[in-house]
Design a protein around this ligand. Sequence first.
Ligand code: SF4
Length: 206
Amino acid sequence: MRYSAVPSTVTVSPPQSVAPACPGQAEQVSERLIAGAAGYPYDHHLARLIAAWWQGQSVLPRAMGLGPDDFAHLIQRHFPGWEASGPVPEPPALDPLLADEQGDVADLIQRYRAGIDRSEFWLAQIVAAGCLGRDHLWQDLGLPARSALSQLLADAFPTLVAHNERDMKWKKFLYKQLCEETGIYTCRAPSCDACSDFAECFGPEE
Ligand code: SF4
């Protein structure tokens, strides 16, 4: 789903240069965003994601994996007074061959949205873009802990979280859901309990 383009007066420059990770700075940016938030649902989740991305602490690409109009609309709607100051980091370029994968994961997540606010569509796209990184999903999104991702998903996509009864690692869980929905089974074992990769899917996500 796409939203209408925002007025051309909205100017949010893309990150320009790589900067080392600094969780404290991301927290400060997040606090500034929250201070100027419009009061919509998920402001605090979005603020964390934007701050981490802006500080170069996530794998999210330009516009956080959203289209440029959607990204500008997100900023204007949730954080209308935000004026980012530079220098800010250049986000990593994700493999273009994985772009389809982002769309598939986003579609999956969106199907479970709570229906509280339109920003659930944006959150699904952003989380899906984080799946294209190589670490745990919360780390690839630049969140401070796994619990922050779990809370985001529980708030915006509660029925999806309910399906993860055994607390599988989030990235593994999302791809397993995708495989089951499409009928493509890549697991080599008949059940998780009998699988030699069990720790890969269910071990600590820290
Ligand atoms: S534990 Fe094994 S069977 Fe279960 S999802 Fe992971 S790879 Fe597949």
